[in-house]
Design a protein around this ligand. Structure first.
Ligand code: ADP
Ligand code: MG
Length: 318
């Protein structure tokens, strides 16, 4: 590489560490874990064309690569500590590295999550991040804790990222909404503060990366329960609400790339859930109920069942 691997790491990725015992530069990084805490770790790999489009600004790509990992810590109620970065680059592009590292470190600093190491190689553009966080032993939010009678909640608003993606694909014309919608897709905000506030309150949680119903399905299977979801109660932006109802449903229920939290809590915990949302500055909305009967029942506001066969991606083409 023109710049040299080590100069590149030094210039774009080495920052003074505050929290880690040892950061970039040795064979291993060292992180201290406080007594009574468990280490939470998660990895996400982003590949060009599959997880992001080549048109994304490098700064936003840096943000998103870390955001999707922080979202996993959020879903477990873990506090971010640090992360490692594996980077494959087709060439040394300093404009790219400058923007990418700025977006990455802006989000890292906002969450007190330090870059402590990684690996750099030439290859098709791909970004692998592993995050580390801590959570008091036994307090992590899991997918397996939902119980019949629990309320199903979701944070923020769903569907804008999918609507933006369909705009990119040329399946819908978004006009003046395009730029603001693309921010939802390219700069998701991981709900770390909400995840922390939900410890001891939520019975189960997951982050919405592949679409609400699909991700909620993981919670239901792991918990051995089912659920009834009110499709019309799922919160959406005014921009999405102005689109035809069929689009709203696909984008909110099966959209993907939302990085909101869907979680469950007993009805008696409603006030505690609302306080957690207020403390985190994130809207929380009840959208349904956990039931003993397995499977997912999706109804409209009148309680009428909606077709099980979700209008899938292909319907946009017709
Ligand atoms: P090793 O050969 O021992 O794996 P490297 O020569 O690959 O070490 O990396 C040197 C140092 O730079 C290590 O501390 C490594 O963690 C760090 N590093 C390499 N690439 C990155 C990167 N993309 N981001 C952050 N740190 C990196
Ligand atoms: Mg290496």
């Amino acid at each position: 590489m023109a710049l040299g691997e080590f100069e590149l790491i030094e210039r774009y990725f080495t920052r003074p560490t505050a929290r880690a015992v040892l950061g970039i530069g040795d064979d291993c990084a060292l992180l201290a874990i406080a007594p009574g805490q468990q280490l939470a770790t998660s990895t996400d790999l982003l590949v060009e064309g599959r997880h992001f489009l080549s048109t994304v600004a490098p700064e936003r790509l840096g943000h998103k690569a870390l955001a999707v990992n922080l979202s996993d810590l959020a879903a477990c109620g873990a506090r971010p500590l640090g992360f490692t970065l594996a980077l494959a680059l087709p060439a040394v592009d300093e404009a790219f590295l400058d923007g990418f590292s700025r977006g990455l470190f802006a989000l890292a600093e906002a969450h007190g999550c330090e870059l402590v190491g990684g690996d750099t190689t030439r290859g098709p553009l791909a970004i692998g991040i592993t995050v580390y966080g801590e959570v008091p032993a036994g307090a992590a939010l899991l997918r397996s804790g939902a119980r019949p009678g629990d309320t199903v909640w979701v944070s923020g608003r769903l569907g804008d990222a999918r609507l933006a993606l369909e705009g990119f694909r040329g399946h819908v014309s978004l006009g003046e909404d395009f730029e603001s919608l693309r921010v939802a897709m390219e700069e998701p905000q991981p709900r770390v503060a909400l995840g922390l506030a939900l410890r001891g309150v939520a019975s189960a949680a997951i982050d919405v990366s592949d679409g609400l119903l699909g991700d909620l399905g993981h919670v239901l299977r792991r918990s051995g329960v089912g659920a009834r979801i009110d499709a019309d109660a799922v919160p959406r932006s005014a921009r999405l609400a102005a689109r035809p109802l069929a689009w709203q449903r696909v984008c909110t229920l099966a959209g993907g790339d939302d990085y909101e939290l869907v979680f469950t809590a007993p009805p008696a915990a409603e006030d505690a859930v609302r306080r957690a949302g207020a403390a985190a500055g994130t809207a929380v909305t009840p959208i349904g109920r956990i039931e003993a009967e397995a499977g997912l029942r999706v109804v409209d506001a009148r309680g009428e069942p909606l077709a099980e066969d979700w209008p899938s991606f292909d319907h946009f083409k017709s």
